[in-house]
Design a protein around this ligand. Sequence first.
Ligand code: C2E
Ligand code: MG
Ligand code: MG
Ligand code: MG
Length: 281
Amino acid sequence: YDAKAAGRNGVTVYTGDPHEPLERLSMTSRLRKALTRGEFALHWQPVVDPADGTLHKLEALIRWEDPFRGLVMPDEFIAFAEETGFIDRIGDWVLAGVGDQVAAWRRDGLVVPRVAVNVSPRQLRRPDFGRRLLQAIGERGLAGLLTVEITESAAMADPMRTDPVLQELFAAGVEIAIDDFGAGYSSLSRLRTMPVQVLKIDRSFLRGVPEDPEPTAIVTAVIELSSALGMEAVAEGVEHEHQRAFLVQRGCPLAQGFLLGEPVPAEALRPLLAAAGTPRP
Ligand code: C2E
Ligand code: MG
Ligand code: MG
Ligand code: MG
């Protein structure tokens, strides 16, 4: 009998690490409630040509509008959802949300560019992921409009499992991008045989561009590698004019970052879509 573990009236009081399991439980139930109460939202970040700012794509980024905490960013709940498996339901919600929003924009006569969604490693490992995704986008008229962003580690791990899924998506017109490229481990020979069309350069490298020679060399190398492999490079995290100018000088086709456009709610994106859909005089 552990006296320390018993409170007054014999009620057991936890000693070691008491909050962990409780917090996990409440987090799961809060995520579940957030889903049923419609507290998730998508924000949209433009992906542009750094030379002239032309809109090429959008990336859909999830937000949680928690009535108590305000806007909660994905870094605070995606890893948790990934661990517990709740990410599957979030992933379904994101696809449905993208489909509904694209349909709404099109009803208003707006021309919608390609839309990128982030897919977590766990989603990618599901054997039925490809089939479910293709069914969801087929129902919503998104075939040929979607880019799936997967992290480097998810793409490189477990090729026997993920390659057939990626091939299936690619064959259906879904573009495949490696997100945060350079931050993890990549096998270049594997990269060459995978159906990948886009390399997104991790924003940690952009931070030192162009004054710090090492990250600058890495960014230059990835732009050249992408072009040599017939892929499209997207530089992430462009915050300063000198970074943009550097990317243009190195021939980086696409870029994304606060300087070029912050993630915004769908309503705020309307003027940009309207302008992009209007042919230039
Ligand atoms: P990511 O896919 O690499 O998305 C880019 C992140 O960089 C976004 O953070 C975006 O807001 C941020 N960002 C964009 N431009 C700049 C910039 O110039 N400077 C800086 N410092 N940051 C910039 P966010 O929205 O907080 O998302 C974080 C991560 O959460 C994403 O990284 C992605 O891995 C994950 N995520 C977001 N939405 C989803 C989703 O729907 N499903 C899944 N599975 N993961 C998601
Ligand atoms: Mg393009
Ligand atoms: Mg991404
Ligand atoms: Mg990224």
